[in-house]
Design a protein around this ligand. Structure first.
Ligand code: TMP
Length: 200
């Protein structure tokens, strides 16, 4: 079963995934935690290129790099893990490409959906946790951190990405649970656990 976490930067996905990891370990579940872009040797190399703030990358190139990273991860890690009946938890997946590369960069959504489907084929995401907050508070979440190439985009970009995520969630109500990223970490964790236990 595949579970994904989505949201704009600084929403606390990583913190929530770490708490979930602890919980699943304690309960003895068979699971794997992955992140996109990344998770294989090639995908981690692609990640370095994608996030390097010294590089100027064209939007189309960026899209294909995310998809290339995903192709590796799907074939080498996700598909085998699902075959072994593991719970696959992924920090970002196909929805990030629609939110960032379509809503953020302006590449047609239909094209991205087609390419996403070409890469993931029959893989179905069972549940997606969207950690949401208004990016006008973006600065607060990022004080003093050196921003990577994508975090470096202006506020309007992050607003469009957030709107994108909310629209995708609205179109896939059964799959998504939207969580307010400004709620206390433990409160959000409990909501995720309560929800997940219904499907595990
Ligand atoms: P993060 O996982 O540390 O948040 O960094 C990944 C960055 O890549 C983040 O800015 C979101 C962005 N991204 C896309 O633009 N498209 C994608 O398809 C994925 C998976 C991530």
């Amino acid at each position: 079963m595949m579970i994904t976490f989505e949201g704009i930067e600084g929403a606390g996905k990583t913190t929530q995934i770490k708490l979930l990891e602890k919980f699943l370990k304690k309960r003895g579940y068979n699971f794997v935690i992955l992140r996109e872009p990344g998770g294989t040797i090639v995908s981690e190399k692609i990640r370095e290129i994608l996030l390097d703030h010294t590089l100027d990358i064209e939007n189309e190139t960026e899209l294909f790099l995310f998809l290339a990273s995903r192709s590796e991860l799907v074939k080498k890690v996700i598909r085998p893990a699902l075959r072994e009946k593991k719970i696959v938890i992924c920090d970002r997946f196909v929805d990030s490409t629609i939110a960032y590369q379509s809503y953020g960069r302006g590449i047609p959504e239909r094209l991205i959906k087609t390419l996403n489907n070409f890469v993931i084929k029959d893989i179905k995401i069972r549940r997606t946790y969207l950690l949401d907050y208004d990016p006008k508070n973006y600065g607060i979440r990022f004080n003093n951190k050196t921003k990577d190439r994508i975090e470096n985009n202006d506020l309007d970009f992050h607003k469009r990405v957030r709107e994108g995520f909310l629209k995708i969630a609205d179109q896939n109500k059964k799959r998504f649970l939207i969580l307010n990223a400004f709620e206390p970490v433990e409160t959000i964790h409990k909501k995720i656990i309560d929800d997940l236990l219904k499907i595990l």
